[in-house]
Design a protein around this ligand. Structure first.
Ligand SMILES: Cc1cc2nc3c(=O)[nH]c(=O)nc-3n(C[C@H](O)[C@H](O)[C@H](O)COP(=O)(O)OP(=O)(O)OC[C@H]3O[C@@H](n4cnc5c(N)ncnc54)[C@H](O)[C@@H]3O)c2cc1C
Length: 485
């Protein structure tokens, strides 16, 4: 009999924690407990991927009526009802949370609705005051959005807040250039919000393929997002009556949405008012809301980790080895709290590899190479492998790329362009990177990702017969390199 209360105590009921707990209990027969301080399902289900993707879908319907007219339909677009959508969204999230709770229960995991911290290498203490011992402790506490350290930053929203707005703002300033900032710029623009985006870097989506970043930025601007790169906030504060009446010395410029806002003072969260922002680009504007998508921090504060001997990195992330083991042999960590590749499927894989290693006597490293991923901007971006720039630094390459107006939207009269690109090693002919900017690029890259992961060469792509007429057929019909580097 074990000397511990549990074989495994998992802290955090998000993507990684729930999967590890379920598999350890259900498949490996371990006695498992899990503590969750908020809602089961974690960031992905409650305030990340799932509600965001549903908002992406909601925002894309705005153009359907227009496109349908181009196809001969006599229809007019109605208006978007945020309250109605939000009610349905909340019901869906309640349903999904219920599923997560049941998955744990049905696998035999004991759940505690409490905050947990580590007391020592084998002891967990709950906010309820209870303590439990465990042979192994798994930290899967994820991360949280952080505001920049500027005066009045607390006036701004972060991604967690966006799903709970009582009314949709008429205008919003989104600060940041990463995937969350860009996705919400497109979502809110599609829902009819006047969107301004500030990003201090030279181009949005840093780290991704430059040609893809350029096309997405151009398309966002064409679709109505007022994107200002190389721009940051100089000052932000609650707007005064004088500002709103245009009488202050701040030199406020009045956008269309602001005029409307003055006529109908209903935008934003009740009890709060519009926000005045001065930008480094010289603009001073009043927005209903400001939304900071300026980064995330691992949830390691006040968890007793360093006291227990766990090493934390510069951002507060838990430092782990290839097997997700921390500096304390009985404590492991997976998912966003380790700040490796912060994506849901990666947290899940890390959870499963942990169970293989610790409970199935099968030491398993997580493979972080060639992870396909998508950015749900409009147009969408699917990507796997190296960008053209990174590949060129590594070895001589050939680039095969094409950009065109896809049949469906071109017929409807929209100017949208898509891009397909393969980055190929000159020496091995292997496809080192595949980048797609197009509607449903996320769906396409999942499949192209298999080929790239298998080590497919350009000639393997060429041997594959095209599916016609599709956008994706271009991936197998690009004959000549557009450039070498
Ligand atoms: C807006 C947004 C959009 C995203 N979109 C995508 C996407 O499209 N695709 C994708 O793959 N990824 C996406 N992500 C990232 C994805 O959500 C995360 O990578 C994933 O949720 C990480 O899982 P995790 O298990 O590490 O942590 P989480 O899912 O964050 O779970 C951690 C859990 O631990 C709980 N917790 C924290 N501290 C304690 C404590 N001390 N005691 C008890 N419980 C605690 C938290 O309440 C939380 O439920 C998105 C993230 C955001 C914010």
């Amino acid at each position: 009999m074990s000397d511990f209360d549990y074989d495994l105590f998992v802290i955090g009921g998000g993507s990684g924690g729930v999967r590890a707990a379920r598999v350890a209990a259900g498949e490996a027969g371990a006695k498992v407990a899990l503590a969750e301080e908020d809602r089961y399902g974690g960031t992905c289900v409650i305030r990340g991927c799932v509600p965001k993707k549903l908002m992406v879908f909601a925002s894309e319907y705005g153009t359907v009526a227009e496109d349908a007219k181009g196809y001969g339909w006599n229809i007019e677009a109605g208006s978007f009802d945020w309250g109605n959508f939000q009610q349905r969204l909340n019901a869906e999230l309640d349903r999904l949370e219920g599923i997560y709770r049941n998955l744990l229960k049905n696998s035999g995991v004991t759940s505690y609705d409490a905050r947990a911290k580590v007391k020592d290498a084998h002891t967990v203490e709950l906010s309820s005051g209870e303590t439990f011992t465990a042979k192994h402790i798994l930290i899967a506490t994820g991360g949280r959005p952080v505001r920049p350290e500027i005066p009045n930053a607390e006036l701004g929203l972060v991604s967690d807040d966006i799903f709970h707005l009582e009314t949709l703002p008429k205008s919003i300033l989104i600060v940041g250039g990463g995937y969350i900032a860009c996705e919400f710029a497109c979502i809110l623009n599609g829902l009819g919000v006047e969107v301004t985006q500030y990003y201090r870097g030279a181009q949005i989506l840093r780290g991704f393929d430059e040609q893809a970043r350029g096309l997405i930025a151009e398309s966002m601007i064409e679709n109505g997002v007022q994107l200002h790169c190389g721009t940051d906030i100089v000052e932000m504060r609650r707007a005064t009556d004088e500002d709103l009446e245009g009488k202050s010395e701040a030199g406020v410029s009045m956008g269309a949405s602001m005029q409307e806002m003055l006529a109908d003072h209903s935008g934003g969260t009740p009890g709060e008012g519009p926000i005045l922002v001065k930008g480094t680009n010289g603009d001073t504007k009043i927005y209903d809301q400001v939304f900071f998508a300026t980064g995330r921090a691992p949830n390691t504060d006040d968890m007793g980790l360093e006291e227990a001997g766990v090493t934390l990195g510069r951002k507060g992330e838990i430092v782990v080895d290839d097997y997700s083991a921390t500096a304390v042999p009985s404590i492991y960590a997976i998912g966003d709290v380790t700040d490796r590749v912060n994506l849901t499927p990666v947290a899940i894989r890390e959870g499963m590899a942990f169970v293989e290693t610790v409970f199935k006597d099968n030491p398993t490293k997580v493979d972080h190479e060639l992870i396909p991923s998508a950015v749900f901007t409009q147009p969408e971006f699917g990507t796997v492998g190296l960008s053209e720039e990174d590949a060129a630094e590594q070895e001589p390459i050939e680039v095969y790329a094409t950009s065109f107006r896809p049949m469906q939207t071109a017929f409807a009269g929209r100017p949208d362009r898509v891009m397909m690109k393969l980055v190929v090693s000159k020496e091995t002919r292997k496809v080192l990177g595949c980048h797609i900017v197009a509607p449903n690029a996320g769906e396409m890259i999942q499949l192209a990702g298999i080929a790239v992961k298998m080590g497919a060469t350009k000639e393997d792509f060429d041997r594959t017969v095209a599916v016609h007429p599709t956008m994706a057929e271009e991936m197998v019909t690009m004959r000549n390199p557009v450039r070498s580097a």
